[in-house]
Design a binder for this molecule. Structure first.
Ligand SMILES: Nc1ncnc2c1ncn2[C@@H]1O[C@H](COP(=O)(O)OP(=O)(O)OP(=O)(O)O)[C@@H](O)[C@H]1O
Length: 845
């Protein structure tokens, strides 16, 4: 089917609206929100993991998965809870029986259901979904996965129920964000596209849906498709899948209603095998692989982001950011029943990926879907859909024929020849019907012509009457216009008067302006003259002041030079005093030095004498120690006393001379001090007097002159003000006279307008009266025409009935041929479309 909705919605409009609202997670009446079912399957360690001696770090219980960071740890790192958990002991049939059979029952009940396999590469996604597809003696292998088991289950159960049903399958792949139909022939280059229908519902366009007769058929088709799947080699798994695949089983089951009408239930089952969710760098993927992995991740990342957004109840869910999420939008937060199988490895090697897969699955658990059963389809609607498809195929065929010719089998050719013959018969029939219709048409036309003439005459009569009335109204309006013109002239007159007043006012104003300008010029000139005289006087005064200042300056300079001279004399005196003090000091120092020398000499002499004395004493000691000692003592004491008194005299002399030096210094200093103080007092007195003289000169001069000038300017300004006041007074008088005149004019103006308005209103009411009269007559005329039309219609209806009978007869005949021609369109066309169809046929050659 060319344009199938991916989720099999036939009547999508209402449900598309609901789906858009479904992310609000509010349960609406008749819609029960249920969580997505999430189960975990943990396989046994595979060969590679055993060879690597990677210990088991995962333990599965019926509802929980425990994961250890290290196998020696006492406590698990994390415990996750899910709807169901399957350990390595769970075989394919257990998974199918526990998880898939309930889903298939929903599919058979007319729901859309989706089963995702999500997990790290080589954890068993493909094993779970497809498993071993080989059959031995028409029996499935125990390792057969969900898809083959589902096909068997559908056929076995429906056949056992003796149901009237059909099964179609499609198989598509999403690889590098490109869609590929795994069931189309290699020569079929049609691009698969996801389009939005009018309800913004994603519709997959251009993929094959194959009708299968039994489960084996389905498994063979699946096998062929699987071979086409893109696989890429990574470090982890030789057949590691790099693509996402969606295998879709659509079941149509006939149901007979109590009223006998046949309806079709449609259920869909999407089986999604996602690409490996592992981290790219850990797989060692490079170059093309990295690119591929990047693209794959885009879909997986978007799937994760959608899950997160749904989990956080966000307003916006980024479905449109990847093809995978666009395709499966209805399965995540929509109206589909959804189950996710998260597959994991028990080995420590995959510890991080296992935690990431389980976190992902945990988040998905919170997504709410609101499953709604697909609306039953009537047989008629389905047949109509098929007829549409046949039409499209026929158009394709026609297009193919119009090219350079195509190969046709003998049977098809014969069929075409037969069909052509039937078509020729049909065409002749059409032509005869058309000629009958033509004669009926001419009959009706002549009746219509008669009716038209009648209408024309009545209308002309009416128009003539109307013309007379209108010309009366026009005359009345013309009279009004004449009167209005007269009033307009009056108004123009008033405007002219008003203009004259304005001109007068303007003249007065310009006169006032001129006089004011003159006055300003005159006063300006006077002010300028007065100011220049004042400035002359001021200049003269200033030069006098400068003269005085100069004489003061001369005197000041004289005072300064006097002070300088006094200072110089004083300094010379001081120099003299210093020189005499220096010579006195020199003398005193010299006499002191002499004194010192003398003292030194005396002491030397004393020492020498002492030595001599000691020598004689040594000699005398020997004779008479005691006497000698006494003698020596007396002599020595006398000598010492003598020297001391000499030294004391000398020191006294020194003290006296220093004292007199001190006195002389003090006197000299006192003298200098007195002289300096006198000099400073003189200088300061002179300076203060000069300063006072200068400032008195300056102050007195400035105050006198500025006051004089200010007074003169103020006097002149006052004079000007008086003149302006008198001018403004006279302008006021004139303006109030002008305003009075203007208001008089305005009053007259308003009066004139009022009378004009009254006249126009009167004219209008007369016109209205006339118009109402015309309208009444118009209505009478319309009624007459309507009666006439009624009479004509009843006359024509006989003819039309006759015509309809003939058309009916023709339709019967055409149906007979159409049945042979198998043209479903003919049956459903309305008489109107049929008429246009006939008219077209008359144009045929
Ligand atoms: N439950 C299981 N019992 C027995 N063998 C299993 C089980 N699960 C997986 N295997 C085996 O593990 C290997 C990898 O499984 P499979 O190819 O299904 O992984 P995958 O997740 O689909 O990987 P990829 O993402 O690369 O497609 C296969 O040889 C498969 O037979």
């Amino acid at each position: 089917m060319d344009n199938a909705s991916f989720n099999g919605d036939i009547n999508g409009s209402e449900r598309a609206k609901k789906r858009r609202r479904s992310n609000e997670h509010s349960v609406k009446e008749g819609e029960k929100a249920i969580n997505i079912q999430v189960v975990v399957r943990c396989r046994a360690r595979i060969e590679r993991e055993v060879a690597a001696n990677s210990p088991i770090v995962v333990q599965a219980t019926p509802r929980e998965i425990k994961v250890w960071a290290n196998s020696q740890d006492m406590m698990p790192y994390k415990t996750f809870t899910f709807d169901k958990v399957f350990g390595s002991d769970a075989d394919q049939s257990r998974i199918f029986d526990t998880i898939v059979i309930p889903i298939l029952q929903e599919v058979k009940a007319g729901y859309n259901c989706t089963l995702f396999a999500y997990g790290q590469t080589s954890t068993g996604k493909t094993f779970t979904m497809e498993g071993k597809l080989d059959l031995s003696n028409g029996t499935m292998s125990p390792d057969a996965g969900v898809i083959p088991r589902s096909l068997y289950y559908i056929f076995d159960t429906l056949e056992a129920e003796q149901a009237d049903f059909s099964v179609k399958i499609s198989y598509i792949e999403l690889y590098n964000e490109e869609l590929k139909d795994l069931l189309s022939s290699d020569s079929d280059n049609r691009q698969l596209k996801i389009l939005d229908d009018v309800n913004r519902k994603c519709v997959l366009h251009g993929h094959e849906e194959i009708l299968i007769k039994n489960a084996e058929d389905g498994i063979n088709v699946l096998k062929q498709g699987s071979i086409k799947r893109q696989v890429a080699q990574t470090n982890y798994n030789k057949n590691s899948s790099r693509s996402h695949s969606v295998f879709c089983i659509t079941v149509h089951i006939k149901e007979t209603m109590p009223d006998g009408e046949d309806l079709l239930k449609v259920g869909k089952f999407n089986l999604v095998d996602l690409a490996g969710s592992e981290n790219i760098s850990r797989t060692g993927a490079e170059n093309l692989r990295a690119k591929e992995a990047g693209k794959i991740n885009k879909s997986l990342l978007t799937l994760g982001r959608c899950i997160n957004s749904l989990n956080e109840h966000n307003q916006h869910i980024p479905y449109r950011e990847s093809k995978l999420t666009r395709l499966l939008q209805d399965s995540l937060g929509g109206h589909t029943k959804t189950c996710i199988i998260a597959t994991i490895s028990p080995a420590k090697l995959s510890y991080e990926e296992t935690i990431s897969t389980l976190d992902y699955a945990q988040r998905a658990k919170n997504i709410l879907n609101k499953p709604v059963a697909n609306q039953r389809v009537t047989k008629k609607a389905l047949i109509k859909e098929y007829i549409g498809e046949i039409e499209r195929l026929r158009a394709d065929l026609l297009a193919a024929r119009e090219k350079n010719g195509i190969y046709l089998s003998q049977d098809t050719y014969q069929n075409l020849v037969d069909e052509n013959q039937i078509f020729q018969e049909f065409k002749h029939m059409m032509l005869s019907v058309t000629s009958q219709l033509e004669s009926k048409y001419n009959e009706i036309k002549s009746v219509h012509i008669g009716f038209g003439e009648l209408i024309y005459n009545k209308t002309r009569e009416f128009m003539e009457r109307r013309e007379n009335e209108i010309s009366a109204i026009v005359k009345c309006i013309e009279e009004r216009i004449d009167r209005s013109i007269q009033q307009k002239d009056q108004i123009i007159q008033i405007f002219d008067n008003q203009e004259q007043v304005t001109i007068n006012l303007n003249t007065e104003l310009s006169k006032f302006q001129e006089e004011t300008q003159k006055l300003i010029d005159q006063k300006g000139q006077e002010l300028r003259n007065n100011l220049s005289a004042t400035f002359d006087t001021f200049q003269h005064e200033l030069s006098n002041q400068f003269e005085k200042m100069r004489s003061y300056q001369v005197k000041f300079e004289e005072d300064i030079s006097f002070l300088m001279k006094t200072a110089q004399d004083h300094i010379a005196l001081q120099n003299q005093a210093i020189a005499s003090f220096r010579s006195f000091t020199h003398e005193t120092s010299n006499s002191q030095i002499d004194c010192m020398i003398e003292q030194k000499h005396l002491l030397t002499q004393l020492a020498e004498e002492d030595v001599l004395m000691r020598k004689s004493m040594e000699e005398e000691v020997l004779a008479n120690v005691l006497e000698t000692l006494k003698k020596y003592g007396d002599a020595h004491s006398a000598k010492i006393e003598n020297v001391i008194s000499t030294v004391q005299d000398t020191i006294q002399k020194n003290v006296d001379s220093v004292k007199s030096l001190n006195e002389a210094c003090t006197n000299a200093a006192d003298e200098m001090n007195t002289a300096n103080t006198t000099y400073l007092v003189n200088f300061s007195n002179k300076y203060d007097a000069s300063k006072e003289n200068l400032s008195a000169l300056e102050n007195g001069n400035r105050l006198t002159r500025v006051d004089t000038i200010e007074n003169s300017i103020y006097t002149q300004l006052d004079e000007c003000k008086d003149v302006f006041k008198s001018k403004i007074l006279s302008l006021d008088t004139f303006a109030s006279a002008a305003v009075k005149e203007s208001s008089e004019l305005q009053r007259r103006h308003v009066q004139s307008f009022n009378s004009f308005a009254m006249d126009v209103t009167q004219g209008f009411s007369e016109f209205q009266k006339q118009f109402l009269k015309s309208r009444v007559e118009s209505e009478i005329m319309t009624k007459n025409v309507f009666d006439l039309n009624q009479a004509n219609t009843s006359a024509a209806s006989g003819l039309y009935n006759n015509f309809a009978n003939q058309v009916h007869q023709s339709r019967e005949e055409i149906s007979l041929i159409a049945e042979k021609f198998n043209d479903p369109d003919t049956k459903i066309r309305t008489p109107t479309t049929k008429r246009s169809h006939f008219l077209n046929i008359t144009n045929l050659p």
